[in-house]
Ligand binder design. Structure first.
Ligand code: IPD
Ligand code: CA
Length: 285
């Protein structure tokens, strides 16, 4: 028998992806099913950084489902922090990315579930329940969009392989971004936006980092950048964007992360990164 952390016990990325997809869809169903305006039960970094009962219920379901199938894996979730462990696998979960959209009845919110093996994200699923869109990727296997998860008996097309837009010059690029919850961070984000906006086609602020990265993957936007995201916001979406041909990085040779995350096809990424770096965006007021 193999030891829990040994190479022989590492599950295939496809196996982890299947579980990621099924828990993301199940959590999405729970979130959709909670009618009426969700109640804010707590706030986090600022009074506008809210937690609803729905965030907590969705994360609890995801933890139960993963724990039942893979009891030795660690789980890092936005609401419950990191728990468990022992195997080579860690799950990175945002049970509800785009909480403010959810609160206001807007459609762009998602469940984001990624699985990491030995510190590398190998599988990611982002489910957007209001559009019944499931974005997924396993490392080396491309990025895919399937619809109809909420209606398994219905007629749906086959999953579509995603490819990000290529050859778009910076001046023609539609660029998604997001803003943090703290005013000091937003002040700098507004300054950076002032440098970016006159140089690109336009800006989109969708309200979910996970959806933004999937939009880069599908070509619904050309690029995305944001300072202040957490690992659970981007873990699944970054793999999906990368498997669709985008580069996903930080600034100055660093990997994507809280300090800065930028995603776009390679040529555009270089120009956007240079523009951002000139605005000194990795600071807070
Ligand atoms: C937020 C969303 C938003 C981004 C923020 C995130 P939450 O996550 O992804 O688009 O701009 O940085 O914190 O709070 O809705 O889970
Ligand atoms: Ca989030």
């Amino acid at each position: 028998m193999s030891e829990p952390g040994s190479a022989a016990s590492r599950p295939a990325a496809g196996e982890l992806l299947q579980l990621a997809c099924s828990v993301a869809v199940a959590a999405g169903q729970v979130l959709l099913g909670r009618g009426g305006r969700p109640e804010v039960v707590a706030t986090k970094s600022s009074p506008t950084d809210v937690v609803t009962e729905a965030d907590r219920a969705a994360e609890a379901l995801i933890r139960d489902m993963i724990g039942e199938k893979r009891p030795g894996d660690a789980i890092l979730g936005e609401e419950g922090g990191q728990t468990g462990g022992g195997s080579a696998v860690r799950w990175i979960v945002d049970p509800l990315d785009g909480t403010v959209n959810y609160l206001y009845g807007l459609a762009d919110w998602a469940v984001s579930v990624a699985a990491e093996t030995d510190g590398t994200v190998v599988a990611g699923a982002v489910f957007v329940p209001r559009r019944d869109e499931l974005y997924s990727a396993a490392l080396g296997d491309g990025a895919w969009l399937s619809t109809g998860a909420l209606d398994p008996g219905g007629e749906h097309g086959s999953p579509v392989r995603l490819a990000c837009n290529t050859g778009v010059p910076l001046a023609q690029a539609l660029v998604a971004t997001g803003f943090g919850y703290e005013s000091g961070r937003r002040l700098v984000q507004a300054e950076v936006l002032r440098a970016v906006l006159p140089r690109v086609r336009d800006i989109r602020r969708g309200g979910s980092a996970a959806v933004d990265l999937c939009s880069v993957a599908s070509g619904a936007v050309d690029a995305y950048y944001e300072r202040g995201v957490n690992l659970w916001d981007i873990a699944a979406g970054a793999l999906i964007a990368a498997e669709a041909g985008a580069s996903v990085t930080g600034l100055h040779g660093r990997p994507p992360g809280t300090s800065m995350t930028v995603a776009a096809a390679p040529g555009l990424l270089t120009d956007l990164r240079d523009l951002l770096a000139g605005a000194d965006p990795e600071r807070d007021a």
